[in-house]
Design a protein around this ligand. Structure first.
Ligand code: KG4
Ligand code: ZN
Length: 336
C-alpha cells in the first residue's frame, strides 16, 4: 500500500510517500524559517498562507521523486494535531479533499506519534519495547513504547518544553529564531562552567520536567551583565549559551536514564527537534553505551517536522491493523 502524507502543523510543509512494505519512498520539505525570522517567531497567519502556496508543488515534487502519480496512491495521511489551527487546516483540507476526490481513506495522525515513530526510519532501527524521549518545541515527554499504538506516558514537562526553553533563552540573548540551533552554535564558543544555572527537578523522584525557572535564571544573569557592561558582551553571551545548553541537556539525560532504570529497558529513542542537538546526542549515546544499551535517533533531517514521519506513522498503523481504512468521515480530530 502506498501512503501520501502531509505535515503542516507549524512552520514546515512536508509531503512524503511511504510504502507499507518498503518504507520511505520520497519526501519533500519546505521550511518557513527564513520567512518568520524577521518576526522573531512563527506568525500563524503567515504560516497558513505559506502552507497553501507550497503544498501542491511539494506534492508534485514527492510524486516525481518516487516516479509515481496520484493513481499509485492508496491512502492519504495528514497531521490532525496538535499544532497551529490554521496551519493544520491546510494539510487536513488538502488531504481530505484528495481522499474524497479519489475515493481513498484519509488517516489522521497525531503529530507526536509521527515524531515518536520517526527513529524507526533510521538504520539501525530500535526493536520494541523502548523508552522514548520526545523533545520538540511544544512537548517534552518520556514514554514507554511497547509497540505501534501502545504508548504509556511516564513523565512530561510541567511548564515549558525543552525546545521552548532553547527558543526563549535564545531570544533573551538576542539570538535569532529558531533559538535551539542558534544557541547551540554559539555554545560551541563558550565555557559551560562559567555560569551555574539551575537544573530544575533534576533530583525529583518522578519523571517530570520543568524549564520555566531556567528562563528566569538566564534573564537575571543577562540583566546583571547588562548593568555591569552596558550591554551583553559577546564572550559572556557564548558562556551563557553553553551553560544553558548544559543545564537543559543535563536534565533531559538524567530523567531519560531514570526512566530506563524504572522500566528496566535499555533502548532509548530520542525524537523531536531538540533531538538534533549534538550535545544531547553525544551525552545519551555515551550513557547508553555504559549501560550496555543503545540510544537511537531519527536521521538528522527528520528530527524536526517533516512529512515522512506522518506518512510513516500512518504506514505503521496500517501494518498494525490500527488504521480505520473504512472510515470516510475524515473528521478533523486528534485521536486520544
Ligand atoms: O519537532 P520540531 O521541529 O517542532 C515541534 O513539533 O515543536 O521542534 C522544533 C524545536 C525548536 O524549539 C527548536 O529550537 C528545537 O526544536 N531545535 C533544537 C535544535 N534543532 C532544533 N534545539 C536544540 N538544538 C538543536 N540543534
Ligand atoms: Zn514537531
Amino acid at each position: 500500500m502506498i501512503i501520501l502524507g502531509f505535515e503542516s502543523s507549524c512552520d514546515e510543509t512536508g509531503v512524503a510517500l511511504v510504502s507499507t512494505e518498503k518504507g520511505l519512498l520520497a519526501h519533500a520539505l519546505h521550511t518557513q524559517i527564513a520567512m518568520h525570522q524577521a518576526y522573531g517567531g512563527v506568525v500563524p497567519e503567515l504560516a497558513s498562507r505559506d502552507h497553501i502556496r507550497r503544498v501542491l508543488p511539494l506534492t508534485r515534487q514527492a510524486l516525481g521523486q518516487a516516479g509515481m502519480t496520484l493513481d499509485d496512491v492508496d491512502a492519504i495521511a495528514y497531521t490532525a494535531g496538535p499544532g497551529l489551527a490554521g496551519a493544520l487546516l491546510v494539510g487536513a483540507s488538502v488531504a481530505q479533499s484528495l481522499a474524497w476526490a479519489r475515493g481513498l481513506p484519509a488517516i489522521a495522525i497525531h503529530h507526536l506519534e509521527g515524531h515518536l515513530l520517526s527513529p524507526l526510519l533510521a538504520d539501525p532501527r530500535p526493536d520494541f519495547p523502548f523508552v522514548a524521549l520526545l523533545v520538540s518545541g511544544g512537548h517534552t515527554q518520556l514514554m514507554r513504547v511497547d509497540g505501534v499504538g501502545s504508548y504509556e506516558l511516564l513523565g512530561e514537562t510541567l511548564d515549558d518544553a525543552a525546545g521552548e526553553a532553547f527558543d526563549k533563552t535564545a531570544k533573551l540573548m538576542g539570538l535569532g529564531y529558531p533559538g535551539g540551533p542558534a544557541l547551540s552554535r554559539l555554545a560551541e564558543q563558550g565555557d559551560a562552567g562559567r555560569y551555574d544555572l539551575p537544573r530544575p527537578m533534576l533530583h525529583s523522584q518522578d519523571l517530570d520536567f520543568s524549564f520555566s525557572g531556567l528562563k528566569t535564571a538566564v534573564l537575571t544573569r543577562i540583566k546583571t551583565l547588562e548593568k555591569a557592561h552596558g550591554s551583553l558582551p559577546d564572550g559572556e553571551r557564548a558562556h551563557l549559551a553553553a551553560a544553558t545548553e548544559a543545564a537543559i541537556v543535563d536534565v533531559l539525560a538524567a530523567k531519560s536514564l531514570k526512566a530506563l532504570k524504572q522500566t528496566g529497558l535499555k533502548r532509548l529513542v530520542v525524537a523531536g527537534g531538540v533531538g538534533a542537538n549534538r550535545h544531547l546526542r553525544e551525552r545519551l549515546q555515551q550513557a547508553l553505551r555504559r549501560l550496555d544499551g543503545r540510544a537511537y535517533f531519527p536521521p538528522l533531517d527528520l528530527c524536526t517536522d517533516n512529512g515522512a514521519m506522518i506518512a510513516y506513522a500512518a504506514a505503521c498503523r496500517v501494518n498494525a491493523g490500527l488504521a480505520d481504512l473504512e472510515d470516510t468521515r475524515h473528521a478533523f480530530t486528534v485521536r486520544p
